[in-house]
Design a protein around this ligand. Sequence first.
Ligand SMILES: Cc1cc2nc3c(=O)[nH]c(=O)nc-3n(C[C@H](O)[C@H](O)[C@H](O)COP(=O)(O)OP(=O)(O)OC[C@H]3O[C@@H](n4cnc5c(N)ncnc54)[C@H](O)[C@@H]3O)c2cc1C
Length: 420
Amino acid sequence: MHVVVIGGGAAGFFASIAIRECNPAVRVTLLEKSDKVLSKVRISGGGRCNVTHACPEPNKLVHHYPRGGKALRKAFALFGPKETIAWFKREGVELKTEADGRMFPVSDDSASVVDALLLAAERARVELRFHAAVRSIHPPSLAHQGFLLTLADGSEMHADRVVITTGGNAKPAAYDWLAALGQDIISPVPSLFTFNMPDEPIRALMGVVVDPVRVRLLGAGLESTGPLLITHWGMSGPAILKLSAWGARFAHEAGYSFTIQVNWLGGMNEQVVRERLITNAEDLSRKNAINADPFHLPKRHWAFLLEKAAIPPDMPWGQLPHRDRNRLIDLLTNDRYQVSGKTTFKDEFVTAGGVDLAQVDHLTFESKVIPGLYFAGEVLDIDGVTGGFNFQAAWTTGALAGRAAATDRGQRTKRTDRTP
Ligand SMILES: Cc1cc2nc3c(=O)[nH]c(=O)nc-3n(C[C@H](O)[C@H](O)[C@H](O)COP(=O)(O)OP(=O)(O)OC[C@H]3O[C@@H](n4cnc5c(N)ncnc54)[C@H](O)[C@@H]3O)c2cc1C
């Protein structure tokens, strides 16, 4: 049997290695359109590669995927972070966990992850071909047995099974060749971006981090909580990135023009804020407003909010009029900003959308439209927030699609210790 894997990224390598380790009788050819493989792994995580996340329970893990999480639940139980950690350990790459749960190689160098994948593929005798862009796939028919692949240089290739791991792409046309196979495509839009606010004076506070804040995407019914970073362009940081991922489609449809509501105190309600301000006004009645922040916000940020509330910084705190206090409470709990445009976060964008999961088996990632055709990685309508979740989806779907493509139907979901 000959299996062709299309796309030399994280998912393509995992699928190829899994096939060979599962069934050494199968010939595997991995086709990569460019002259490099694993490019994203190499540049990922700022060159450190955030391989996965320390979240072993599938039921919790799925909550980090704005799209595809539910479909991955059972797959994560078969091959999740625990198996990923063990796989890389077996290949000589020890992972460490940072305080926020992200896992990196102890070397802090993505090259160790790339090298491990290259070595494992070489040992498994995966046949790697560069400059091999696949243009079209013709499923088995009366005219030919198996799949017939046409490459960009006009050459053709036969395969008994095909695994597609071509990654994400925000351009809808990039999926035309898959749609031509009868696969439904969920229209792709970018995910993971920061919010531009060209008209908001808060940009003057660039570099200031407020933690935690609660941010709501008005009109979308979405909110997230976490650190927020004010940037030269607008707002970034985990709270914004998470919201950009969950609200990726809403933001796209709104032309990246929408309003967010910020609670600068992590969601503290108005009544509690009022009580804190009143008690504080009694305790600090002689202090000036600028020195009377009971919430320990960054100094420049507190000064900014006072100015926005038209409270002079030298106003004696004990004499703060009710009207001014109400304005400040409103700003602390219900501040609003107009977003106009987006910026990709450190280029760590992913694509929301892709091959519709409704037409793919959720344990084998085999197409329900064309038997013998498999998908893995970001080409599927799966994407996670930042933190190692996108690679985990690639490892999981790659390993399971590979095992299935290597195995006779009926034995597919068996767990083996050796295979990815
Ligand atoms: C800068 C950056 C940093 C990131 N950092 C992290 C991180 O630290 N942790 C994390 O979890 N996620 C991270 N991500 C997301 C993560 O890299 C992707 O989700 C993951 O690489 C997807 O893997 P994949 O194998 O599905 O696709 P890809 O890695 O995109 O690989 C697809 C491969 O297919 C090839 N290809 C495409 N079309 C064809 C064709 N027709 N024929 C042949 N070959 C083709 C491409 O050239 C490419 O090599 C980052 C993303 C970026 C852009």
